[in-house]
Ligand binder design. Structure first.
Ligand SMILES: Cc1cc2nc3c(=O)[nH]c(=O)nc-3n(C[C@H](O)[C@H](O)[C@H](O)COP(=O)(O)O)c2cc1C
Length: 274
């Protein structure tokens, strides 16, 4: 009888041991899964480094939602930018009151969120469909926005074209050309110092087809003014500085940016911390 109860106790003890080992394995599995998820989250949220972006290069955009990521489309490096913020920390009145043309920039890199916001303010989509932050006669949008990038965290230096519809930038030229752009802008030092310069291009045909001379001689320039003021105010709201630049050698800028014949450079805006 004694032996039987000993055997039963041993069996029970053994069962308890097996159960606790099994539970421990489950817990470890869960901890591992959580750790994996965290690593995944890091990859997904901290994508502004080349390694992470390359890891994600083939990933489905829709799954990522609102992150900035790199993708190669038609062998062109493309960054999908963060969706813009539509609320800021200062009022329009304050931005109007404090806005100034600022020409001295420090060495601080621009953050990708700031780049995203600046481009969106210039010519981004604001109705979820095709209308933009900047007004345009007949909604024809005759401008193209290029951005010369020298120092933006997580983005390779180069010349990029902004695609308003998809809020992305597509690299057209490799490398940091700020020094050459500054030389083309009659050696205005701010172009070399600022982490980015937005370059406004006009495609006149887009507007002359409907509006003829009036479109060419008036509307295009009015539209650049609208957009550039957006950039002034957005920069101010972000605590950044910018300055409109009209003084530059047109041919040199066209050559530097390798612009097609129908794209005419009209305006530049270096943007950075000051
Ligand atoms: C069409 C236009 C072209 C300009 N070009 C230059 C330029 O090439 N270099 C520069 O330093 N500032 C340029 N500016 C900025 C003006 O100098 C500046 O707006 C003016 O001094 C008034 O200062 P505020 O913008 O701080 O009010 C330009 C402004 C406009 C509207």
């Amino acid at each position: 009888m004694k032996n039987i109860s000993r055997i039963v106790s041993l069996i029970l003890l053994f069962a308890v041991l097996i159960l606790s080992v099994a539970c421990q394995i489950e817990v470890e599995k869960e901890v591992d899964a959580e750790a994996d998820a965290e690593v995944g989250a890091e990859v997904y949220t901290d994508v502004n480094t080349k390694v992470n972006m390359e890891d994600n290069a083939e990933a489905d955009l829709d799954e990522k939602g609102d992150i900035t990521m790199l993708k190669t489309e038609n062998s062109q490096l493309t960054y999908f930018l963060l969706p813009p913020e539509t609320e800021g920390t200062i009022s329009v009145e304050q931005a109007l009151y404090t806005r100034r043309s600022r020409r001295n920039f420090n060495n601080t890199a621009l953050q990708v969120e700031q780049l995203s916001q600046i481009l969106w303010s210039a010519y981004g989509i604001s109705d979820g469909n095709r209308l933009r932050t900047s007004p345009s006669a007949g909604a024809l949008y005759p401008l193209e926005i290029y951005v010369v990038i020298g120092n933006v965290t997580g983005i390779e230096p180069g010349v990029y074209k902004y695609d308003s519809n998809e809020h992305k930038i597509i690299k057209t030229i490799d490398g940091d050309i700020r020094e050459e752009l500054s030389a083309a802008a009659l050696n205005q030092r701010m172009v070399n110092e600022a982490p980015i310069t937005v370059v406004y291009i006009a495609v006149f045909d887009r507007i002359t087809e409907r509006y003829g001379e009036r479109g060419r001689d008036r509307y295009v320039f009015m539209e650049i003014g609208h957009s550039a003021q957006n950039v002034y105010l957005q920069a101010e709201a972000l605590g950044l500085g910018t300055c409109a630049i009209g003084a530059f050698a047109d041919d040199s800028v066209s050559q530097l940016l390798d612009l097609p014949a129908d794209e005419v450079p009209l305006y530049m805006m270096p943007v950075g911390n000051y």
